[in-house]
Ligand binder design. Structure first.
Ligand code: ADP
Ligand code: ZN
Ligand code: ZN
Length: 667
């Protein structure tokens, strides 16, 4: 029997940063109640699912005001102790409500209160034949040996391997080793749909059950995968960002592929970095973690310098493949055939003639990023974002890529009624039209968000490319990531100038990563590869270093610049964002935060409030305030003090605000 003074501490997904007190229900057996089980509780007029944290004999609220819980859902915790610890760390580090973090860590069906006991038998497939491993080259062997030697304890490795150097093979053999010890392995990847080939390699290599966890799956499939990992039925789990919170029966190794990729950072709500949470997980669990990339983040490079990560290098491509050569084309004074220089057209023709594939990279989808009236200069804008609307010819519509609003194509200027409305600039759709005209006898595959919207469309396109059905490949960054197309010998970056003048402190790093990654698709087999970069800034030292040196050298230089400017990783950032229908509300809100910080904290710098990179989106005005500190602890102590004060700002109701710890973009 529960005494009246037994209080249940429950984490509930609300913006309030505290636990809530409840009394046991009549039938609750307190002795059987384990932390981490789900409970259903009355909350205001609603019923919510919460997580039981622990018992207490006291409450801040008088006991007779407390309500009993509705029921206990689980017998065994859905959040085991280690995940509880990880979530507690993440909630504190990102200053996000624990209830939201815990509930967010669960598959959606469990969030809704569906049972977690044996109701969903997991159809685990395992391959019957095991593909033989490659015999490793020296550098790969060294990497695997180091990872193996670190099996029982925390150690972080940065596997820096140039594109096509066989990083995946290192992962495979490191995982094989862990499986042999009877433990499980977790591989986190940026996006699963983009690399079905690599997934296939994993399935073919191991005979143990493998599950994937990603947003393309149905809720039921996700729960099945999650349960299989939790129970230890699945031995290798391949997942995107949120899979980092999956409980495991016996996790022995974590691998983060393409650790530099921005999709590891959640950009809304709980803004955690999957890579950084994974590192903490490995640390808590005392197991090794491997971060792999051809273009490691500057943070990772810095961590190697500081001795926190051990560097493992794969300096060369495997087999006979050579690194591609670069050629910069200065397009300033050239007459361009619709955005493409004649030099590039000639080189494309040569390659096609030899039966090879060419890849054209343009990070802008749609036909053209704007329409313009030839008579008066008027441009159709998104009223809610104050940005030009992108013209999509195929569906004859205008889309705003910032808020997804759309309208029918207009045929006359709304300002002067002229019918001379012309597309301005190029997107992938337009590039496709141009190339179709120039090379009518070759098949073109376009890979972007529009062409891959339908289920299975991406797989079909990628398969067609592998089989050589398409000679010309056009795409956005989707085409830059991780693919292994052996017959691609020419890669062209159609417009390299986008990232040069961005106000974002990360933009050069991102641009270097993108160019190296897309270049890495060229010449991955025996035929040598070439990369052509069209630019109006051929002399830019950044571009020169990138093509004449290598990514590592450039990373060194970018890090030095960051050090001089006291930018991360040499200082620590937290970004407050606020948006409101009335601009003054957002600014006023941030101003109050700023005053509270400036008043008393000499260890902190504030910058702002200033309009965000996108000053308006979906009808809301957006501003931001940057907090900067030399030491991480300064920043976190300040944020800890600040949050309860922010909760009390009276105008809070009129703004949508968020806090981004370690922001990776300032838009
Ligand atoms: P990365 O992930 O570094 O870009 P991959 O792992 O995709 O590179 O390897 C590139 C190619 O080299 C793949 O086709 C892979 O099968 C092959 N490969 C990897 N390791 C070896 C090896 N030791 N011997 C021969 N081929 C290898
Ligand atoms: Zn006009
Ligand atoms: Zn818009």
């Amino acid at each position: 029997m529960a005494t009246q003074s037994t209080v249940l501490k429950i984490a509930i997904p609300t913006p309030l940063r505290r636990y809530f007190d409840y009394l046991p229900a009549k039938e609750t057996d307190i002795g059987q109640l384990k932390p981490g089980v789900r409970v259903r509780v009355p909350f205001g007029r609603r019923q919510l699912i919460g997580i039981f944290i622990g018992l207490s004999s006291t409450s801040d609220v008088s006991i007779d005001k407390l309500k009993p819980i509705e029921c206990v859902i689980d017998q065994e915790p859905v959040i085991p102790e280690d995940i509880m610890q990880l979530c507690a760390w993440a909630a504190e580090y990102y200053h996000y409500p624990m209830g939201e973090v815990l509930i967010g860590a669960l598959p959606s069906l469990l969030r809704q209160g569906k049972p977690a006991e044996r109701v969903y038998p997991t159809p685990l497939t395992r391959s019957v034949h095991q593909a033989a491993p490659f015999s490793l080259n020296e550098a790969q062997q060294r990497a695997v040996t180091h990872i193996r030697a670190a099996a029982y304890g925390f150690k972080a490795f940065l596997l820096e391997g140039v594109t096509g150097s066989g990083k995946t093979e290192v992962y495979l053999q490191a995982i094989a080793d862990v499986l042999q010890r009877g433990r499980q392995a977790l591989l986190l990847v940026p996006e699963i749909g983009l690399t079905p080939q690599a997934m296939q390699r994993f399935r073919e290599r191991f005979t143990v059950p493998i599950v994937t966890l990603h947003s393309g799956m149905t809720a039921k499939q996700r729960l099945q995968g999650w349960l299989a990992a939790t129970r230890g039925d699945a031995r290798v789990i391949i997942g995107t960002r949120s899979a980092v919170f999956t409980p495991f029966a016996d996790l022995g190794l974590i691998i983060i592929d393409e650790e530099h990729d921005v999709s590891f950072k959640q950009q809304e709500g709980f803004r955690y970095h999957g890579r950084d949470v994974a590192i903490m997980r490995a640390h808590f669990r005392q197991i090794p973690i491997v971060l792999g990339s051809a273009t490691p983040s500057l943070e990772a490079v810095h961590n190697v310098k500081q001795g926190r990560f051990q560097s493992l290098m794969l300096p060369e491509r495997t087999g006979k493949a050579m690194m591609p050569v670069f050629e910069i084309i200065d397009i300033r004074h050239m007459t361009l055939e619709q955005g493409i220089s004649s030099t590039l057209l000639q080189q494309i023709e040569q390659r096609l003639h030899c039966g090879e594939q060419v890849l054209l990279f343009l990070n802008r989808r749609g036909f053209s990023p704007a329409l313009i009236c030839h008579a008066c200069g008027w441009i159709p804008m998104c009223q809610r974002c104050n940005k030009p609307m992108t013209y999509h010819q195929r569906v004859a519509r205008l889309f705003c890529h910032h808020c997804d609003s759309q309208k029918k194509l207009i045929h006359s200027c709304e300002q002067c009624a002229s019918t001379a409305l012309y597309p301005m600039g190029h997107g992938t759709e337009r590039l496709e039209v141009i190339l179709k005209k120039a090379f009518p006898h070759y098949s073109i595959a376009r890979l972007d968000k529009d062409s891959t919207r339908k289920k299975g469309a991406m797989e079909t396109l990628l398969e067609g490319i592998q089989k050589g059905e398409h000679a010309i490949l056009i795409g956005t960054q989707m085409l830059a990531k991780g693919h292994h197309f052996p017959n691609v010998t020419l890669v062209a970056v159609i417009d390299a100038d986008g990232g040069f003048f961005s106000a974002d402190f990360c933009s050069l790093e991102r641009m270097a990563q993108l160019i190296i990654q897309v270049a890495g698709r060229a010449g991955r087999d025996e035929k040598p590869g070439k990369v052509i970069i069209q630019t109006r800034h051929p002399e830019h030292c950044f571009l020169q270093q990138l093509v004449n040196e290598n990514y590592q050298k450039l990373a060194e230089i970018l890090l030095k610049e960051r050090a001089l400017a006291a930018l991360p990783p040499y200082s620590h950032f937290a970004l407050f964002r606020a948006e409101a229908y009335n601009n003054n509300d957002a600014i006023h809100f941030l101003q109050q935060i700023k005053e509270r910080v400036d008043e008393k904290n000499k260890n902190m710098q504030t910058m702002g409030p200033i309009p965000a990179g996108m000053p308006m989106r979906a009808g809301r005005h957006r501003s931001q305030l940057l907090l900067q500190a030399k030491k991480r602890s300064y920043l976190h102590n300040e944020l800890k003090n600040l949050i309860p004060q922010i909760e009390k700002i009276p105008t809070k109701k009129r703004v949508r605000w968020s806090l981004d710890v370690d922001p990776i973009e300032m838009v």
